[in-house]
Design a protein around this ligand. Sequence first.
Ligand SMILES: [Zn+2]
Length: 47
Amino acid sequence: MTTIACLHRWTELSRHPTSEGVVIYERCHCGENRIVTATLVRSVTTA
Ligand SMILES: [Zn+2]
């Protein structure tokens, strides 16, 4: 038997802003989970 590697298409479950950035919880349809931390980008302005 072979295990087919999942390419992981992550779906964002929730995100939590912290003092150091944003912690994002993501989940794949295969059941894998991961936590991503994104550094806050300063001065994001919209025209
Ligand atoms: Zn997957």
